[in-house]
Design a binder for this molecule. Structure first.
Ligand code: AMP
Length: 326
Protein backbone atom coordinates (compact mmCIF):
# COMPACT_ATOMS: atom_id res chain seq x y z
CA UNK A 1 0.00 0.00 0.00
CA UNK A 2 1.31 3.51 -0.78
CA UNK A 3 1.60 5.87 2.18
CA UNK A 4 -1.28 8.21 2.80
CA UNK A 5 -1.31 12.00 2.40
CA UNK A 6 -3.91 14.46 3.65
CA UNK A 7 -4.39 18.19 3.28
CA UNK A 8 -7.12 20.81 2.89
CA UNK A 9 -7.86 24.35 1.79
CA UNK A 10 -10.28 26.79 3.39
CA UNK A 11 -12.98 28.10 1.05
CA UNK A 12 -12.65 31.70 2.22
CA UNK A 13 -12.47 33.40 -1.17
CA UNK A 14 -10.11 34.05 -4.03
CA UNK A 15 -7.74 31.08 -4.15
CA UNK A 16 -4.25 32.39 -4.91
CA UNK A 17 -0.76 31.56 -6.08
CA UNK A 18 0.39 31.35 -2.43
CA UNK A 19 -1.99 28.40 -1.98
CA UNK A 20 -0.76 26.95 -5.25
CA UNK A 21 2.97 27.05 -4.59
CA UNK A 22 2.71 26.55 -0.82
CA UNK A 23 0.44 23.53 -0.97
CA UNK A 24 -1.48 22.62 -4.13
CA UNK A 25 1.49 22.02 -6.39
CA UNK A 26 2.65 19.36 -3.97
CA UNK A 27 -0.78 17.70 -4.10
CA UNK A 28 -0.38 17.49 -7.84
CA UNK A 29 3.20 16.23 -7.82
CA UNK A 30 2.42 13.62 -5.18
CA UNK A 31 -0.90 12.28 -6.46
CA UNK A 32 0.75 9.24 -8.06
CA UNK A 33 3.07 8.54 -5.17
CA UNK A 34 0.67 8.72 -2.21
CA UNK A 35 -2.90 7.70 -1.51
CA UNK A 36 -4.21 11.26 -1.25
CA UNK A 37 -7.15 12.63 0.73
CA UNK A 38 -7.75 16.30 -0.09
CA UNK A 39 -10.60 18.24 1.36
CA UNK A 40 -12.43 21.54 1.28
CA UNK A 41 -12.16 22.88 4.82
CA UNK A 42 -15.61 24.46 4.91
CA UNK A 43 -16.09 24.13 8.68
CA UNK A 44 -12.94 26.21 9.13
CA UNK A 45 -14.23 28.80 6.64
CA UNK A 46 -17.53 29.07 8.52
CA UNK A 47 -15.55 30.82 11.22
CA UNK A 48 -14.94 33.73 8.87
CA UNK A 49 -17.79 33.68 6.38
CA UNK A 50 -21.33 34.15 7.59
CA UNK A 51 -22.98 34.76 4.24
CA UNK A 52 -24.51 31.45 3.05
CA UNK A 53 -24.41 32.16 -0.70
CA UNK A 54 -20.82 33.31 -0.47
CA UNK A 55 -19.74 30.23 1.46
CA UNK A 56 -21.57 27.84 -0.89
CA UNK A 57 -20.00 29.58 -3.87
CA UNK A 58 -16.50 29.45 -2.35
CA UNK A 59 -16.88 25.71 -1.71
CA UNK A 60 -17.62 25.08 -5.39
CA UNK A 61 -14.68 27.30 -6.38
CA UNK A 62 -12.22 25.21 -4.34
CA UNK A 63 -13.63 22.00 -5.82
CA UNK A 64 -13.06 23.45 -9.28
CA UNK A 65 -9.60 24.69 -8.34
CA UNK A 66 -8.57 21.18 -7.25
CA UNK A 67 -9.74 19.79 -10.57
CA UNK A 68 -8.49 22.70 -12.71
CA UNK A 69 -4.89 22.36 -11.52
CA UNK A 70 -4.97 18.76 -12.73
CA UNK A 71 -5.87 16.56 -9.78
CA UNK A 72 -7.52 13.37 -10.97
CA UNK A 73 -10.56 12.32 -8.89
CA UNK A 74 -9.91 8.70 -9.89
CA UNK A 75 -6.57 8.88 -8.09
CA UNK A 76 -7.24 11.24 -5.19
CA UNK A 77 -10.18 11.40 -2.81
CA UNK A 78 -11.61 14.92 -2.99
CA UNK A 79 -14.15 15.64 -0.30
CA UNK A 80 -16.02 18.26 1.64
CA UNK A 81 -15.24 18.35 5.36
CA UNK A 82 -18.79 19.14 6.53
CA UNK A 83 -20.16 16.07 4.73
CA UNK A 84 -18.13 13.86 7.09
CA UNK A 85 -19.65 14.32 10.57
CA UNK A 86 -16.79 12.40 12.22
CA UNK A 87 -14.64 15.59 11.99
CA UNK A 88 -16.85 17.48 14.45
CA UNK A 89 -17.46 14.43 16.62
CA UNK A 90 -13.76 13.74 17.06
CA UNK A 91 -13.15 17.45 17.70
CA UNK A 92 -15.34 17.27 20.80
CA UNK A 93 -13.49 14.25 22.11
CA UNK A 94 -10.16 16.03 21.49
CA UNK A 95 -11.48 19.22 23.14
CA UNK A 96 -12.00 17.16 26.25
CA UNK A 97 -8.31 16.24 26.49
CA UNK A 98 -6.69 19.47 25.20
CA UNK A 99 -5.45 22.19 27.54
CA UNK A 100 -6.21 25.87 26.95
CA UNK A 101 -2.47 26.55 27.24
CA UNK A 102 -1.65 24.50 24.15
CA UNK A 103 -4.10 26.52 22.06
CA UNK A 104 -3.11 29.86 23.61
CA UNK A 105 0.33 29.37 22.09
CA UNK A 106 -1.00 29.07 18.51
CA UNK A 107 0.28 31.84 16.19
CA UNK A 108 -3.04 32.30 14.38
CA UNK A 109 -4.80 32.93 17.69
CA UNK A 110 -2.02 35.19 18.99
CA UNK A 111 -2.04 37.21 15.74
CA UNK A 112 -5.79 37.70 15.98
CA UNK A 113 -5.44 38.90 19.58
CA UNK A 114 -2.54 41.19 18.70
CA UNK A 115 -4.56 42.76 15.87
CA UNK A 116 -7.46 43.19 18.28
CA UNK A 117 -9.73 41.24 16.02
CA UNK A 118 -12.61 39.70 17.91
CA UNK A 119 -11.82 36.04 18.47
CA UNK A 120 -14.66 33.55 18.45
CA UNK A 121 -14.47 30.12 20.00
CA UNK A 122 -14.17 28.55 16.55
CA UNK A 123 -10.96 30.42 15.77
CA UNK A 124 -9.48 29.49 19.15
CA UNK A 125 -10.43 25.86 18.64
CA UNK A 126 -9.28 25.74 15.00
CA UNK A 127 -6.18 23.59 15.73
CA UNK A 128 -8.31 20.96 17.47
CA UNK A 129 -10.64 20.61 14.49
CA UNK A 130 -7.54 20.45 12.32
CA UNK A 131 -6.12 17.68 14.51
CA UNK A 132 -9.35 15.73 13.97
CA UNK A 133 -9.21 16.46 10.20
CA UNK A 134 -5.77 14.91 10.05
CA UNK A 135 -5.84 12.08 12.57
CA UNK A 136 -9.11 10.53 11.32
CA UNK A 137 -7.31 9.38 8.16
CA UNK A 138 -3.96 8.11 9.52
CA UNK A 139 -1.88 10.07 7.00
CA UNK A 140 1.90 9.84 7.05
CA UNK A 141 2.38 13.30 5.52
CA UNK A 142 0.50 16.60 5.49
CA UNK A 143 1.73 18.92 2.72
CA UNK A 144 1.16 22.54 3.83
CA UNK A 145 2.69 26.00 3.65
CA UNK A 146 4.96 27.18 6.42
CA UNK A 147 2.10 29.01 8.16
CA UNK A 148 0.46 25.67 8.99
CA UNK A 149 3.48 23.92 10.47
CA UNK A 150 2.56 24.78 14.05
CA UNK A 151 -0.98 23.47 13.58
CA UNK A 152 0.37 20.10 12.42
CA UNK A 153 2.61 20.06 15.49
CA UNK A 154 -0.42 20.69 17.70
CA UNK A 155 -2.15 17.73 16.01
CA UNK A 156 0.86 15.60 16.97
CA UNK A 157 0.65 16.88 20.58
CA UNK A 158 -3.04 15.99 20.73
CA UNK A 159 -2.42 12.51 19.29
CA UNK A 160 0.30 11.90 21.87
CA UNK A 161 -1.93 13.10 24.71
CA UNK A 162 -4.64 10.71 23.49
CA UNK A 163 -2.16 7.85 23.29
CA UNK A 164 -0.94 8.59 26.81
CA UNK A 165 -4.50 8.39 28.16
CA UNK A 166 -5.98 5.63 26.01
CA UNK A 167 -3.21 3.78 24.20
CA UNK A 168 -1.83 3.97 20.64
CA UNK A 169 -4.55 4.77 18.12
CA UNK A 170 -3.36 7.30 15.54
CA UNK A 171 -0.55 7.53 12.99
CA UNK A 172 1.79 10.38 13.93
CA UNK A 173 1.82 12.69 10.88
CA UNK A 174 4.62 14.85 9.51
CA UNK A 175 4.21 18.22 7.80
CA UNK A 176 5.67 18.31 4.29
CA UNK A 177 6.95 21.82 3.59
CA UNK A 178 8.98 22.82 0.56
CA UNK A 179 11.64 25.10 1.94
CA UNK A 180 12.13 27.04 -1.30
CA UNK A 181 8.52 28.23 -1.33
CA UNK A 182 7.76 28.15 2.37
CA UNK A 183 6.08 31.57 2.20
CA UNK A 184 4.90 33.17 -1.02
CA UNK A 185 4.90 36.97 -0.65
CA UNK A 186 1.92 39.09 -1.67
CA UNK A 187 1.76 42.41 -3.57
CA UNK A 188 2.82 44.40 -0.50
CA UNK A 189 5.67 42.06 0.44
CA UNK A 190 3.84 40.51 3.41
CA UNK A 191 2.74 36.87 3.24
CA UNK A 192 0.22 36.45 0.42
CA UNK A 193 -3.09 36.07 2.23
CA UNK A 194 -6.74 36.61 1.54
CA UNK A 195 -7.03 38.57 4.76
CA UNK A 196 -4.34 41.06 3.66
CA UNK A 197 -5.97 41.71 0.26
CA UNK A 198 -2.61 41.29 -1.43
CA UNK A 199 -3.22 38.17 -3.52
CA UNK A 200 -2.83 37.20 -7.16
CA UNK A 201 -5.77 34.86 -7.73
CA UNK A 202 -5.50 31.65 -9.74
CA UNK A 203 -8.68 32.70 -11.51
CA UNK A 204 -8.06 36.45 -11.85
CA UNK A 205 -8.34 37.70 -15.44
CA UNK A 206 -5.08 38.28 -17.35
CA UNK A 207 -5.76 42.04 -17.28
CA UNK A 208 -6.32 42.07 -13.51
CA UNK A 209 -3.11 40.08 -13.08
CA UNK A 210 -1.08 42.62 -15.07
CA UNK A 211 -2.58 45.46 -13.02
CA UNK A 212 -1.78 43.74 -9.74
CA UNK A 213 1.79 42.85 -10.71
CA UNK A 214 2.44 46.45 -11.83
CA UNK A 215 1.29 47.55 -8.35
CA UNK A 216 3.78 45.37 -6.41
CA UNK A 217 5.58 47.52 -3.83
CA UNK A 218 9.34 48.05 -4.35
CA UNK A 219 12.03 50.26 -2.87
CA UNK A 220 12.80 53.56 -4.63
CA UNK A 221 16.04 52.56 -6.42
CA UNK A 222 16.57 54.56 -9.65
CA UNK A 223 16.24 53.07 -13.14
CA UNK A 224 19.88 52.08 -13.62
CA UNK A 225 20.87 51.64 -9.98
CA UNK A 226 21.93 48.16 -8.81
CA UNK A 227 19.07 46.42 -7.02
CA UNK A 228 19.00 43.71 -4.37
CA UNK A 229 17.21 40.65 -5.77
CA UNK A 230 16.97 38.96 -2.40
CA UNK A 231 14.79 41.68 -0.82
CA UNK A 232 12.63 42.29 -3.90
CA UNK A 233 9.09 40.89 -3.97
CA UNK A 234 9.04 40.81 -7.79
CA UNK A 235 12.19 38.72 -7.77
CA UNK A 236 10.78 36.37 -5.14
CA UNK A 237 7.88 35.69 -7.50
CA UNK A 238 10.24 35.28 -10.46
CA UNK A 239 11.81 32.44 -8.48
CA UNK A 240 8.49 30.60 -8.85
CA UNK A 241 7.59 31.55 -12.41
CA UNK A 242 10.90 32.26 -14.18
CA UNK A 243 13.19 29.51 -12.91
CA UNK A 244 14.84 29.14 -16.33
CA UNK A 245 15.87 32.82 -16.35
CA UNK A 246 16.61 33.36 -12.70
CA UNK A 247 20.39 33.69 -13.01
CA UNK A 248 20.10 36.23 -15.83
CA UNK A 249 17.57 38.23 -13.80
CA UNK A 250 19.74 38.10 -10.68
CA UNK A 251 22.72 39.39 -12.65
CA UNK A 252 20.70 42.22 -14.20
CA UNK A 253 19.36 43.24 -10.78
CA UNK A 254 22.89 43.38 -9.37
CA UNK A 255 24.32 45.31 -12.30
CA UNK A 256 21.43 47.78 -12.41
CA UNK A 257 20.53 46.87 -15.98
CA UNK A 258 16.88 46.08 -15.28
CA UNK A 259 14.15 48.45 -14.09
CA UNK A 260 11.42 47.35 -11.72
CA UNK A 261 8.97 48.13 -14.53
CA UNK A 262 10.61 45.67 -16.93
CA UNK A 263 10.91 43.06 -14.19
CA UNK A 264 7.20 43.42 -13.45
CA UNK A 265 6.21 43.20 -17.12
CA UNK A 266 8.16 40.00 -17.54
CA UNK A 267 6.68 38.56 -14.37
CA UNK A 268 3.08 39.37 -15.37
CA UNK A 269 3.66 37.69 -18.73
CA UNK A 270 5.05 34.58 -17.04
CA UNK A 271 2.23 34.35 -14.52
CA UNK A 272 -0.42 34.69 -17.21
CA UNK A 273 1.23 32.06 -19.41
CA UNK A 274 1.42 29.69 -16.44
CA UNK A 275 -2.19 30.24 -15.35
CA UNK A 276 -3.78 30.15 -18.79
CA UNK A 277 -4.40 26.36 -18.99
CA UNK A 278 -5.67 26.31 -15.38
CA UNK A 279 -8.10 29.12 -16.18
CA UNK A 280 -9.28 27.32 -19.31
CA UNK A 281 -10.05 24.12 -17.40
CA UNK A 282 -11.82 26.17 -14.76
CA UNK A 283 -14.02 27.77 -17.44
CA UNK A 284 -15.00 24.29 -18.67
CA UNK A 285 -15.80 23.16 -15.12
CA UNK A 286 -18.02 26.22 -14.60
CA UNK A 287 -20.49 24.61 -17.00
CA UNK A 288 -20.41 21.17 -15.30
CA UNK A 289 -22.08 21.58 -11.88
CA UNK A 290 -23.40 17.99 -11.88
CA UNK A 291 -19.92 16.63 -12.40
CA UNK A 292 -18.55 18.72 -9.51
CA UNK A 293 -21.36 17.46 -7.25
CA UNK A 294 -20.68 13.86 -8.23
CA UNK A 295 -16.97 14.15 -7.47
CA UNK A 296 -17.67 15.65 -4.03
CA UNK A 297 -20.43 13.15 -3.21
CA UNK A 298 -18.32 10.14 -4.15
CA UNK A 299 -15.19 11.50 -2.43
CA UNK A 300 -17.10 12.38 0.73
CA UNK A 301 -18.67 8.90 0.89
CA UNK A 302 -15.25 7.30 0.62
CA UNK A 303 -13.76 9.65 3.22
CA UNK A 304 -16.71 8.98 5.58
CA UNK A 305 -16.09 5.28 5.49
CA UNK A 306 -12.52 5.67 6.67
CA UNK A 307 -13.31 8.43 9.17
CA UNK A 308 -16.19 6.45 10.71
CA UNK A 309 -13.90 3.48 11.24
CA UNK A 310 -11.39 5.61 13.17
CA UNK A 311 -14.16 7.30 15.14
CA UNK A 312 -15.63 3.95 16.18
CA UNK A 313 -12.24 2.87 17.48
CA UNK A 314 -11.86 6.15 19.38
CA UNK A 315 -15.34 5.84 20.93
CA UNK A 316 -14.44 2.34 22.03
CA UNK A 317 -11.17 3.48 23.60
CA UNK A 318 -12.64 6.39 25.55
CA UNK A 319 -15.58 4.38 26.87
CA UNK A 320 -18.41 5.81 24.77
CA UNK A 321 -19.24 2.81 22.61
CA UNK A 322 -22.20 0.48 23.05
CA UNK A 323 -19.90 -2.45 23.87
CA UNK A 324 -19.13 -0.86 27.24
CA UNK A 325 -22.79 -1.05 28.28
CA UNK A 326 -23.35 -4.79 27.78
P1 AMP B 1 -5.71 28.28 3.63
O1 AMP B 1 -6.21 29.18 2.58
O2 AMP B 1 -5.28 29.01 4.86
O3 AMP B 1 -6.58 27.11 3.87
O4 AMP B 1 -4.33 27.69 3.06
C1 AMP B 1 -4.30 26.58 2.20
C2 AMP B 1 -2.88 26.13 2.05
O5 AMP B 1 -2.11 27.12 1.38
C3 AMP B 1 -2.16 25.87 3.38
O6 AMP B 1 -1.37 24.71 3.26
C4 AMP B 1 -1.29 27.08 3.56
O7 AMP B 1 -0.13 26.76 4.30
C5 AMP B 1 -0.95 27.43 2.12
N1 AMP B 1 -0.68 28.88 1.99
C6 AMP B 1 -1.56 29.89 2.16
N2 AMP B 1 -0.96 31.09 1.94
C7 AMP B 1 0.34 30.84 1.62
C8 AMP B 1 1.47 31.65 1.27
N3 AMP B 1 1.40 32.99 1.19
N4 AMP B 1 2.65 31.02 1.02
C9 AMP B 1 2.74 29.66 1.08
N5 AMP B 1 1.71 28.84 1.39
C10 AMP B 1 0.52 29.40 1.66
Amino acid sequence: MPERLLSGIKPTGNIHIGNYFGAMRQFLELQDQYESFLFIADLHALNQIHNPEELADNIREIAKAYLAIGLDPDKVTLFQQSRVPAHTQLTWIFNSITSMGLLERAHAYKDALANERSVNVGLFDYPVLMAADILLYHPKVVPVGNDQQQHVEIAVDIAQRFHHLYGPTFTIPQPLIRSEVAVVPGLDGRKMSKSYHNVIGLFDTPEATVKKVMAITTDSKGLSEPKDPETCTIFALHKLFSTDQIEELRERYRSGSITYKESKERLAERINAFLQPIRERKAELDSQPEYIERVLAEGSAKASEMAEKTLREVMERVGLSASHHG
